[in-house]
Design a protein around this ligand. Structure first.
Ligand code: TNX
Length: 529
């Protein structure tokens, strides 16, 4: 009859409209957006799909190309990018630039809007995660490229969402750093902190002090061959990160954690402090020259994993000449606002000397127009206005920073350290701070974690990966994933929006993406992968 025919037609229309579309609010989006509203129906990407750019600028074009390049391999569609009418719209709107973005998905198309190219980039990252996981494939696969209709409004909770790579304990190649940046970008991280020097290695070329890399860069933990970035290679990393709206924060750790520099240059080692003036006339005949350690021996190369045994000579002018040369060269390579001066675990520096050193080095950073970040111990010194204390161990240091009117970057070792073992059986990692399972890295609130430190005191969240036990890309991936995704959500999404049960489901989806990308993540037993 006519009626059954009509019913059949309705059935077949609704079933071919969006065969496997997942409602928008059930898509595996990490970090979870501020608001997601689902509507019935879905948009389907097709061979005629194209990206339309509204607005101007190289950054906008870059975001358009980024999205196209992400969509092409798995779909096999051409996905041209232009100002012509298209079904995937990236629109730069007027107003003060912010990281906020909106997405609207209807049967006819997708529109992403933001006042900044960075916001549009975050929007495209969200869109990719709203598509079926098969979109991650590098060659054509058969899938229904649908996205459930609806609306997303999103913006980050914290301005600074960072991850750190310790390239000093074990050197990490430019290629592996870029691979990490790609993953960070997909999780909306916007700061990459590179720990460029430590007792076991100096990893950045400094032209005025060439032995830093010649001698200090040669080895790494365990005595294997180390490495370093030439300034050109380093700039290449900075550019690669900037293209993904990510700022590199270079760290030279000092005055402790400096054995590699002390092995390269004897004169930086502590020795007996000599008075200024005419040394010969002042001391002739009165002093035993042998006890005057005017030219101390260089330190021995160090390949172990102990901490806290080294220090620069904080009382010699040559040290500050050196530090200024290093900072000047680093600033020339650094478009971002921050220089990280380390400052942790200087156990063999006298307290007064430590404070003198930190204050003087902050002054050098300021002189070159940058802002200092340091590990929380720097708050025992007088902080320069704007200096940031990176909380990792001591709440009282975080409080000292707050009392001075400075902001805090949250990296509590018990939650945010990616080098901590998951449990006692983890094949890699340390456990001095804690065992950190996936739910431990997820279930904490930066705004209430440390006593007396509130949301407004916090610049953001950073996930450091120390590499004493980590030697290659597979090791990095095993320790960083899935925890890097959990911490991305801690940094981006509001505490009210976050929910462990929801994250468990979404991270399982993310796991499928990592599998397709060949990323060997830790299959936490807390998740039904
Ligand atoms: C402490 S965290 C350190 C690092 C080690 C790390 C290992 C910090 C500021 N200092 O030197 O690599 O523990 O977990």
């Amino acid at each position: 009859t006519l009626r059954t025919l009509a019913a059949l037609a309705v059935l077949s229309v609704s079933s071919c409209q969006a065969p496997n579309s997942i409602p928008l609010d059930e898509a595996g989006i990490i970090p979870i957006p501020r608001s997601v509203t689902s509507k019935s129906g879905a948009f389907e990407l097709n061979s005629e799909s194209s990206i339309q750019l509204i607005g101007a600028g190289g950054d906008l074009t870059r975001v358009g190309n980024f999205l196209a390049e992400k969509l092409r391999p798995a779909t096999g569609y051409a996905i041209p990018v232009s100002a012509e009418k298209g079904d995937l719209i990236l629109e730069l709107t007027g107003g003060e630039a912010s990281e906020k973005y909106g997405i609207e998905i209807t049967d006819d198309g997708v529109r992403i809007t933001s006042t900044s190219a960075a916001g549009l980039y975050y929007g495209t990252q969200t869109l990719i995660k709203a598509l079926p996981v098969e979109i991650e494939n590098s060659s054509v696969v058969d899938a229904d490229w649908t996205i459930g209709n609806g609306k997303i409004e999103d913006e980050p909770e914290f301005a600074y969402r960072g991850a750190m790579l310790d390239v000093a304990r074990h050197f990490i190649s430019v290629e592996d750093v870029k691979h990490y940046i790609d993953q960070m970008g997909s999780l909306k991280y916007n700061y990459l902190h590179l720990h460029l020097s430590d007792d076991q290695g100096w990893r950045i070329e400094i032209k005025s002090w060439p032995k830093l890399t010649e001698i200090g860069g040669k080895t790494e933990v365990g005595g294997t061959e180390g490495g370093f970035y030439t300034q050109a290679e380093y700039s290449d990393i900075v550019k690669y990160a900037a293209d993904r709206f990510m700022t590199v924060v270079p760290e030279i750790d000092m005055p402790g954690h400096t054995n590699a520099a002390l092995a390269a240059y004897a004169e930086l080692n502590p020795g007996v402090n000599l008075p200024d003036g005419d040394f010969a006339t002042m001391t002739e005949g009165k002093i035993d020259f042998d006890i005057l350690d005017k030219n101390p021996e260089p330190a021995e190369i160090y390949t172990g994993i102990e901490v806290g045994f080294s220090t620069f000579a904080t009382n010699k002018e040559i040290t500050y000449t050196f530090v200024e040369d290093v900072i000047r060269e680093l600033v020339e390579l650094t478009p971002g606002p921050y220089i990280h001066i380390g400052g942790d675990e200087s156990h063999v520096t006298e307290k007064d000397d430590y404070i003198y050193f930190v204050e003087r080095v902050q002054g050098i950073v300021t002189k070159y127009g940058k802002t200092s970040i340091g590990w929380d111990e720097i708050a025992t010194a007088k902080l320069a206005p704007g200096s940031v204390a990176q909380f990792w161990a001591l709440e009282e240091n975080a409080k000292l920073a707050k009392e001075q009117g400075n902001q805090i970057l949250m990296s509590p070792a018990k939650r945010a350290y990616l080098d901590m073992q998951y449990d006692s059986t983890s094949r890699l990692g340390l456990h001095w701070a804690a065992y950190i399972e996936l739910d431990d890295s997820y279930n904490w609130d930066p705004a209430t974690y440390a006593d007396g430190i509130n949301k407004t005191d916090i610049l953001g969240v950073e996930a450091p990966l120390w590499t004493e036990t980590i030697t290659n890309r597979a090791d990095i991936e095993y320790m960083a994933f899935p925890r890097l995704a959990a911490l991305a959500e801690v940094a981006w999404s509001s505490n009210e929006r976050r929910n462990w049960e929801s994250f468990q489901k979404r991270i399982a989806q993310q796991g499928k993406r990592w599998d397709i990308n060949g990323i060997g993540f830790y299959r936490s037993p807390k998740v039904n992968w």
